[in-house]
Design a protein around this ligand. Structure first.
Ligand code: IMP
Length: 183
């Protein structure tokens, strides 16, 4: 786990602390892309982004991977507008690309309870994916309910609620370039 340097940022509207600066995030994303490039040399994996939080991470990751890839998106609903999972996962948008017989990498912003990724992995395996790996920007362990094996992990956190770089709190803060802890 990278050492975390907290920088205090305050404004009239928001109270948050920077956890990972934009530069740190970008560097880590490039490293993750390098790992995927090496592991899938000679293949053309399908990267499936879990909407909406993954958008910036997905765009940066895909463009840093140096082998051909295909992309699609899936959406799952669990959290509503707060910080606590409702525990029931429904898939509200399915992939449209053919995944049967293909190597799939699920790209997620953050793993918390693990319920969302478990549901998505089961779904893609049912559709006949040849292999199914997980790439998550943040692996948050505190509230894990279902075991998830994260093959490519950007940062590990024990807890806290983080926003920015696509991550939201009630649809706010996604636009931030840094990843921040909400206070
Ligand atoms: P899980 O099913 O509990 O693993 O939840 C995964 C989803 O919860 C992520 O895709 C996020 O949308 C959301 N989530 C979990 N923790 C956070 C957080 O700290 N900030 C923002 N979203 C979060």
């Amino acid at each position: 786990m990278l050492s975390i340097k907290l920088l205090k940022v305050e404004s009239r509207k928001l109270k948050r602390e920077i956890l990972f600066t934009s530069d740190t995030v970008q560097q880590r994303v490039r490293e993750m892309a390098g790992e995927i490039t090496a592991d899938y040399e000679g293949e053309e994996p399908i990267l499936i982004g879990v909407l909406n939080g993954v958008i910036f991470f997905f765009a940066d990751l895909v463009r840093s991977i140096a082998i051909p890839t295909k992309i699609d998106f899936i959406r799952a609903s669990s959290y509503g507008s707060g910080t606590v999972s409702k525990g029931e996962i429904s898939l509200t948008k399915d992939v449209e690309i053919q995944v049967e017989g293909e190597h799939v990498i699920i790209v997620e912003d953050i793993v918390d309870t693990g319920l969302t990724l478990n549901r998505i992995v089961d779904h893609l395996e049912e559709k006949g994916a040849k292999s199914c790996r997980i790439c998550a920007l943040i692996d948050k362990s505190e509230r894990r309910k279902k075991e998830v094996s994260v093959d490519y992990c950007g940062f590990k956190l024990e807890g806290g609620f983080v926003v920015g770089y696509g991550l939201d709190y009630g649809e706010r803060y996604r636009y931030l370039s840094d990843i921040c802890v909400l206070k």
